[in-house]
Design a protein. Structure first.
Length: 422
């Protein structure tokens, strides 16, 4: 009987203790839910800021979904008495947090795409304007270059249209295609312009040689020599017509034929004892042409090649007039100047431009890396690298290849340093 009384006495305390434990557990659970909700709120706040600075429609939709899930989580969290409700609240707020993080990623990626597209718009438009002006000034008429430029402009317009409609990735792809076409047009223009200039230079040399040779032929009265001279002149006239028509490859090929005829004519005019000098002249002209095709690294090198051309022309005059000794001395001086002006530093315009284009492609990757990294040191280094790249481009256009390549190496080294930091 006493035992029953004791049990009845203890039961109220047990009930009270159990109730207090449930209240404590609910309080702990409420704190956990509020902590999870607060964490999600902070992520949503970050996502809101990122999306506001972005043009991404996907990022906005994803953020809206995150907000909706968070609201549902908050509604379920108000019901502390339901264990299932608590679990659902956790589930919703975690899902909301993941959606918010996804919105941030979309917004940041889109921002990089937008910036890249904008820079490509500016660079391509500027390059097209400059290229069109240079083509016009050069007098080069080439259907492929014109087609490249026209297609590039069309793609750039479509890119702008997509950009204005918030279609950022298609806009970037179109801008990249426009940029590639512009680069193709630029490379073709440079190649044809070089061919044209080579054709003009060789034609001028051949013109002078023909004029000097014709005077010697007229004095000697050699009918066969006159016939050869007439044929060479016809070939030279044909080359001029090809040049006017913009057929630069054919122009240079025809000049080769005319030169061959002229050299044969000179051999006919001069005695066999002078053949060694003739071979030296031919070799000197060949070396001069190759040195110019390769491109020189400085202004003094270019002046040396110009002086060498003058000496070789003078040597031709002396040779045709029979002043063999004097002509030989002039050829020797010209050879020395050609060696000076064609220092083999392993650099050509094409090679340096190729290195610059590789650097420009890497520049896009490094720019994105610096933006993601966010370190001030990386940003400062990147600005220095860009400055050296700009100097390199200016030096390439000026024909100062060694200095340009030096600037390219500096930029490349800075990019390597940025990669280590970030």
């Amino acid at each position: 009987m006493n035992s029953i009384k004791k049990i009845l006495y203890i039961i109220p305390f047990l009930i009270l203790f159990s109730g207090l434990s449930d209240v404590a557990a609910q309080s702990v659970e409420a704190e956990r839910i509020q902590s999870a909700l607060s964490l999600t709120d902070r992520v949503i706040e970050q996502a809101t800021e990122a999306v506001q600075n972005s043009r991404s429609l996907k990022a906005r939709i994803t953020l809206e979904k995150a907000v909706e899930l968070q609201n549902r989580a908050r509604n379920r969290a108000n019901d502390f008495s339901s264990k299932a409700g608590n679990l659902t609240a956790y589930k919703f707020t975690r899902a909301a947090r993941e959606e918010a993080k996804h919105a941030i990623a979309l917004a940041r990626t889109d921002t990089r795409v937008v910036e890249k597209a904008r820079r490509l718009f500016e660079r391509t438009a500027e390059k097209l304007t400059v290229l069109k002006s240079r083509v016009s000034q050069s007098g080069i008429r080439d259907m492929r270059i014109n087609r490249f430029i026209m297609d590039a402009r069309g793609l750039l317009e479509k890119a702008h249209t997509n950009y204005s409609q918030m279609n950022n990735r298609p806009a970037l792809k179109l801008a990249e295609k426009a940029h590639n076409l512009t680069e193709q047009a630029d490379r073709r223009f440079r190649r044809l312009n070089k061919l044209k200039n080579t054709c003009i230079r060789r034609m001028n040399i051949l013109d002078r040689l023909t004029a000097r040779t014709s005077r010697i032929v007229a004095r000697r009265g050699d009918r066969q020599a006159r016939k050869q001279l007439a044929t060479a002149r016809k070939q030279l006239e044909k080359a001029k017509n090809l040049l006017a028509d913009g057929r630069y490859h054919a122009c240079n090929s025809t000049i080769n034929q005319s030169e061959k005829l002229m050299r044969g004519l000179i051999r006919r005019i001069n005695s066999s004892t002078e053949k060694g000098l003739e071979a030296s002249l031919d070799q000197a002209w060949f070396r001069l042409e190759k040195a110019r095709e390769k491109g020189s690294g400085s202004e003094s090198d270019r002046r040396a090649l110009e002086k060498a051309e003058q000496l070789l022309a003078e040597a031709e005059d002396n040779y045709l007039e029979g002043k063999v000794t004097n002509a030989g001395k002039l050829v020797e001086r010209a050879e020395q100047l050609i060696s000076k002006g064609a220092k083999d530093n392993g650099l050509t315009v094409e090679a340096v431009r190729s290195e610059y284009e590789k650097l420009a492609a890497r520049n896009e990757q490094i720019r994105d890396l610096v933006e993601r990294c966010g370190k001030e040191e990386g940003k400062a280094l990147y600005q220095r690298a860009v400055s050296h790249m700009e100097k390199a481009r200016t030096l390439i256009d000026a024909g100062k290849l060694e200095a340009a390549y030096s600037e390219i190496r500096i930029s490349r080294n800075i990019f390597n340093r940025i990669s280590e930091i970030c």
